[in-house]
Design a binder for this molecule. Structure first.
Ligand SMILES: Cc1cc2nc3c(=O)[nH]c(=O)nc-3n(C[C@H](O)[C@H](O)[C@H](O)COP(=O)(O)OP(=O)(O)OC[C@H]3O[C@@H](n4cnc5c(N)ncnc54)[C@H](O)[C@@H]3O)c2cc1C
Length: 476
């Protein structure tokens, strides 16, 4: 790290010690800043705050790159499970597999609390970082970055040069920022809500036999308007998430509000997830007891107020979870902010505007992609023409790797390509595929001849006639 300015003289408050706040504390601490990291909840390393539930999420290359930059990726990977493919569970119980990327590429199931705790411990190892738990931010002065934190009924004021709100999707810093001049804010709820369910391990088995389903996969039961997914945990269990509309659009649609009696819920599960019924632990009771969690996305502008207070992670860009990128994007925020601290030698009047310029367009892009991906996961991943399209794309990518990288791979496995570029290239690719598939789907035997040369010659011609050829600087 090359930073000429004696940055250690400046003090930074971070509100929220979730995964993003904790990583940010590591990054800023390593640049020599005095960092005070405040968290409203008790320290989960000392108190049981998760009620024994293991919530896992998918970490992919953008997240790994950020973790690698602070030297903690190997430690986290030692407790992670590579998910190399999607396994699609059809209604009749048949299974279809789709590799996520090429040989050796995977998304990884990690424990959200495990990652958070490892980052907190890493932050505390920095001599200039201090952590404080059970301290809830309640007031921010946006002119001078002073904040008030509350524990029980005691309030204390914390002075700092700068403040970051890393306090998550329900950010208090963001809510207070709405009272500052010219602050734009929007929040949209998705029709879907979610509950978490569990598939226990085979307790009588050891090793991989503890897993009741294929271990190295993300399992999906796509049912068009709703879906169930399952991610593996190292202890042999799977954490499942049921995404279902909160309310019914029509009388016949199922939703959290339409399924009221135990008989209705039982029928819903048996009809839609028959092969999962002997795997899930009390899904019907769980459904009846749990409240549906809302899904929403947030868009704000600016991310930085008075070059004193900034938002980061979910506080700046809460998105829906359908691309598995929320935390990855928050980690990328931290990594890129670190690069800007270095580039501008600790000059925050340059760093803050550059941070907003670099990150907002990318967060907007992944928020949009995540919203669209519900359709891909819940509907299209069970559709034969969609599956065929994916196979054609993968083969074209093998033939012309510089000309075509599938959108999923650009988002997930190309950490140096911005989300904004992935979105715009993906939109061009979509046009090419639509034209190609209209022609191909008219061929009765396309299921059998999709690997034939003529398919790829046709696709190549379409690509070369599109802006993709220019974007990829292809010469032949
Ligand atoms: C169902 C679901 C599945 C998901 N799956 C994935 C996935 O597969 N991959 C992925 O990358 N992302 C996924 N995400 C998103 C991911 O969980 C978030 O993007 C990530 O947790 C954001 O981290 P954060 O630190 O910004 O916010 P948070 O994790 O919300 O942390 C914010 C912290 O701030 C604290 N806090 C709140 N208010 C205050 C206050 N006033 N004062 C002090 N502290 C405060 C909170 O207690 C919390 O610890 C998923 C999200 C959901 C809901």
């Amino acid at each position: 790290m090359n930073i000429k300015k004696a940055a250690g003289k400046e003090t930074i408050t971070i509100a929220g010690a979730g995964p993003v706040g904790a990583l940010l504390a590591v990054v800023l601490g390593r640049y020599g800043y005095d960092v005070n990291l405040f968290e409203s909840r008790p320290d989960s390393r000392l108190h049981s705050i998760y009620q024994g539930k293991s919530i896992n999420i998918a970490l992919s290359d953008r997240g790994w790159l950020a973790l690698e930059s602070v030297g903690i990726s190997d430690k986290i990977k030692s407790n992670a499970i590579a998910m190399k493919k999607r396994v699609i569970h059809a209604l009749d119980g048949s299974l279809t597999e789709q590799a996520y990327g090429k040989e050796g590429q995977a998304i990884w199931s990690v424990s959200r609390s495990g990652v958070n705790e490892a980052l907190l411990t890493l932050a505390e190892a920095e001599p200039t970082v201090n952590t404080y738990f059970e301290q809830r931010l309640s007031v921010v002065n946006f002119d001078n970055a002073c904040a008030t934190f509350t524990h029980d009924k005691n309030h204390h004021e914390v002075l700092a040069d700068y403040l970051f709100g890393a306090d998550g999707a329900y950010s208090k810093v963001r809510r207070l920022a709405q009272e500052t001049p010219r602050f734009s804010y929007s929040q949209s709820y998705m029709p879907q809500c979610y509950i978490e369910l569990n598939i226990p391990a085979n307790d009588d088995k050891t090793g991989d036999e503890r897993f009741k389903m294929e271990k190295e996969a993300l399992h999906i039961w796509p049912r068009k308007d709703f879906m169930l997914i399952a991610l593996p945990n190292p202890d042999g269990t799977f954490t499942c998430t049921l995404f279902l509309n909160f309310e019914s659009a029509n009388n016949n649609d199922v939703s959290f509000t339409s399924l009221i009696t135990k008989a209705e819920v039982t029928e819903f599960f048996h009809e839609n997830f028959p092969d999962a019924m002997h795997l899930l632990e009390n899904p019907i009771d769980e459904f009846m007891q749990k409240s549906a969690n809302p899904l929403f996305l947030v868009n704000i502008d600016p991310w930085v107020i008075n070059n004193k207070v900034a938002l980061i992670g979910d506080a700046a860009h809460a998105m829906v979870p359908f691309y598995g990128q929320g935390m990855n994007c928050g980690f990328e925020d931290c990594r890129e902010l670190g690069q800007l601290v270095e580039q501008y030698q600790g000059n925050w009047t340059a760093i803050f505007p550059a941070y907003q310029k670099a990150r907002k367009k990318n967060a907007d892009a992944i928020t949009e992609l995540a919203k669209r991906n519900f359709i891909e996961m819940s509907e299209l991943s069970g559709d034969p023409s969609f599956l065929l399209q994916k196979k054609i794309e993968a083969k074209f990518h093998d033939l012309y790797p510089k000309l075509w990288t599938p959108l999923y791979s650009m988002v997930t496995f190309s950490p140096y390509l911005s989300y904004a570029d992935a979105l715009s290239i993906g939109d061009q690719q979509k046009k090419v595929m639509q034209t190609l598939m209209v022609d191909l789907m008219q061929m009765p035997d396309i299921e059998h001849c999709w690997q034939d040369d003529f398919v790829y010659k046709k696709m190549h011609t379409l690509v070369m006639a599109s802006p993709l050829a220019e974007a990829n600087k292809v010469t032949k």
